[in-house]
Design a protein around this ligand. Structure first.
Ligand SMILES: NC(=O)c1ccc[n+]([C@@H]2O[C@H](COP(=O)([O-])OP(=O)(O)OC[C@H]3O[C@@H](n4cnc5c(N)ncnc54)[C@H](OP(=O)(O)O)[C@@H]3O)[C@@H](O)[C@H]2O)c1
Length: 286
């Protein structure tokens, strides 16, 4: 297997996936709406929300890794890219005779999920599951690593003398972007992952304040004030006062509250990966 098409190749995860594929000797073609400096793959220009043909090399591809997507609360049009964009790339995949398809969904994707983000991911998953393609669906929790916009905001908060945060249960299982990229990559040759859906979370289950505390440069001076907002009101309070601190939007907050009841350990076995903890990225020694 040699040629792989990556959507969202200019993004946080897509760049990491492209880089790792290239290091393994794959030829990577990256779909983007506009060719930018942060695209390290061979460009394929196109917009998943338009019917215009994609412009770029006409290669025979062996697989598609579909990373293009939004973040919770980023836009009011979250369904369009997730659902219509996934329909478009699935149709394009079939038109080109490609059979292997890896989709990056999100933790908590579900018909009854609390956020539009997760509900639209679930609909997109159904498009993939019913496509007839050999699919693998990955559902990461919040990803950390160089280039994460959410973690940049949390880092800014951690480097002030104090932060105000909504109180959370220890539910956040941040996962290293490199681990998710590695899992997407290994799916290409691990046949047992075909037809599987994996929930991906890191090894730690943390409260939001502990995530932020982890990043503080001076832990002795840093103070966190947590606001006890009942869960059912937290979304509305955060939406009304905007971003607290400026840290999280209401939709991001709801997304992070997804309870990973037990670590879905199938992927640890199927991929043979031991996920990294936050400490590899945010530690006094890093
Ligand atoms: N980051 C997280 O913590 C997290 C957690 C769970 C799930 N996810 C999911 O993981 C995937 C990757 O996330 P990320 O953080 O890497 O996202 P990101 O950095 O925001 O990148 C989004 C990508 O989507 C592409 N895109 C947006 N609209 C497009 C369109 N109309 N047509 C074609 N491409 C379009 C962008 O490409 P151009 O601008 O170059 O066109 C960009 O490369 C997403 O599906 C996201 O929902 C992320």
């Amino acid at each position: 297997m040699r040629n792989v098409l990556v959507t969202g190749a200019t993004g946080f995860l897509g760049q990491e996936v492209s880089l790792r594929l290239m290091r393994m000797g794959y030829r990577v073609v990256g779909l983007t709406r506009e060719i930018k400096d942060n695209l390290i793959a061979v460009p394929l220009q196109g917009d998943l929300l338009r019917d215009d043909p994609f412009v770029g090399p006409e290669l025979e591809y062996d697989a598609v890794i579909h990373c293009a997507g939004h973040h919770p609360g980023e836009t009011d049009e979250v369904e369009t890219l997730h659902v219509e964009g996934t329909r478009r790339i699935v149709a394009e995949t079939k038109r080109r005779g490609i059979t292997r398809f890896i989709y990056i969904s999100a933790i908590g994707a579900g018909f009854h999920a609390p956020t539009r983000f997760q509900r639209s991911k679930w609909v997109a998953e159904q498009v993939v599951v019913n496509s007839g393609l050999e699919y693998t669906i990955l559902r990461p929790h919040l990803m950390f690593g160089h280039g994460s916009r959410t973690f940049q905001r949390l880092e800014e908060a951690a480097n002030r003398p104090w932060a105000v945060l909504p109180e959370s249960k220890p539910l956040i299982q941040p996962i290293y972007v490199g681990d998710v990229a590695e899992i997407a990559l290994r799916s290409l040759w691990l046949d047992r992952t075909v037809g599987q859906i994996y929930d991906l979370g890191g090894p730690q289950s943390l409260k939001l304040e502990d995530v932020v505390r982890h990043m503080a440069r001076d832990i002795h001076l840093f103070r966190i004030l947590t606001l006890r907002i009942p869960r059912r009101y937290a979304y509305y309070v955060l939406e009304k006062i905007g971003r607290v601190g400026p840290i999280l939007s209401g939709e991001e907050w709801e997304f992070l509250q997804h309870e990973v009841i037990r670590q879905d350990s199938r992927w640890l076995i199927d991929y043979g990966i031991l996920p990294h903890s936050l400490a590899i990225y945010y530690s006094p020694l890093a």
